[in-house]
Design a protein around this ligand. Structure first.
Ligand code: COA
Length: 306
């Protein structure tokens, strides 16, 4: 039971609604802590195949970190706040189960960063994006300088972060910041569910490995492969793998300079080599055999996550 989040698990899709509508769902300490808990739930609950993060009310997805908690923070406390939020956002990006952001309004500051940590983004036509921290004498602190640059390129990212301006949904779509725009609020969750349902029908172990390899390409998430922290099967099967399960795969990771594969240490993992190994791992799964057999037998495959 959460204080600041509403959750609903239907058809193996967990919908997480950040619920502080009177404060435009700003990320205060409680929301951040509970987001950490719900990410662990997404990793651990085998009933959950994918998840949606959205905001409560018709105005905002998330209007940023809660500015009222900023006053009086020391330099060390500011850094610790950034590290805590970033850690949770890394766990979102690294989730072996797809997580989609359904952006129902303002996605500003930490809200834009939360959306970018998700694997893809859908929004309503009235949504507005931005990294307005510079207006407060601040910079994005939950991975925004990195993920915005990855997603839309350095020139456009710098312009948005340095001016602090808002970006309309249509411009965000053209830039590649969002995957789909829906015209009506009430279409947002159904369109997002539709997209996740397509992925939920695929082989979970292949889905997880595609996310992992794409994260390596983007310099994002947690590099399971080199730390050996890849869970054999986050869905309850027993796919053979050379990597032993550890707490990493449950959504925890070492961050900082002690971790040679920490996010942001480019070149530490060769994505092409990891892809080759992951491709091989898929051949050791029942699901890959089932997928190939179903194609040859001209029938729909039935994947089990094994
Ligand atoms: N932190 C804390 N409270 C916030 C907030 C944030 N990031 N964003 C909005 N709120 C609160 C407002 O203080 C207000 O609370 P109140 O009713 O108790 O005064 C409430 O949410 C509604 O916001 P309000 O500013 O009155 O709505 P608006 O329609 O006039 O403006 C925004 C909407 C999004 C343009 C404006 O709220 C805003 O600029 N928010 C901050 C965005 C930001 O800088 N985010 C990055 C933070 S690092």
């Amino acid at each position: 039971m959460y204080k600041t989040l509403l959750t609903d698990l239907t058809d193996n899709i967990l919908t997480v609604t950040i619920h502080r509508p009177d404060k435009l769902n700003a990320l205060n300490k409680d929301v951040i802590a509970e987001l950490g808990e719900v990410v662990t739930e997404i990793y651990d609950n085998k009933e959950i195949r994918s998840a949606i993060i959205t905001g409560s009310g018709g105005r905002a997805f998330v209007a940023g970190a809660d500015i009222s908690e900023f006053q009086g923070l020391t330099r060390e406390e500011g850094q610790a706040l950034s590290a805590k939020g970033s850690d949770i956002f890394f766990r979102i990006a690294s989730s072996p189960k797809p997580i989609a952001a359904a952006i129902n309004g303002f996605a500003l500051g930490g809200g834009c960063e939360l959306a970018m940590a998700c694997h893809f983004r859908l929004c309503v036509a009235t949504a507005k994006f931005g990294q307005p921290e510079v207006n407060l004498g601040l910079i994005p602190g939950y991975g925004g300088t990195q993920r915005l640059t990855q997603l839309i390129g350095k020139g456009r990212a710098l312009e948005i972060m340095l001016t602090g301006r808002m970006v309309e949904a249509t411009e965000a779509h053209v830039m590649g910041l969002v995957n789909y725009i829906v015209t009506e609020q009430d279409e947002l969750l159904s369109k997002t569910r539709e997209l996740l349902s397509i992925i939920n029908d695929k082989a979970p172990l292949a889905v997880a490995r595609i996310i992992e390899c794409a994260n390596i390409a983007a310099g994002d998430g947690i590099a399971y492969s080199e730390t050996g922290d890849w869970e054999a099967d986050p869905f309850g099967g027993d796919a053979p793998t050379s990597h032993a399960p550890t707490s990493h795969a449950r959504g925890r990771h070492k961050s900082g300079s002690d971790n040679p594969t920490a996010p942001g240490s480019p070149g530490s993992v060769n994505g092409f080599l990891r892809e080759q190994a992951a491709f091989g791992e898929c051949f050791g799964t029942e699901d890959m055999q089932e997928g190939a057999a179903a194609f040859l037998e001209k029938r729909k495959p039935h994947f089990k996550g094994k």
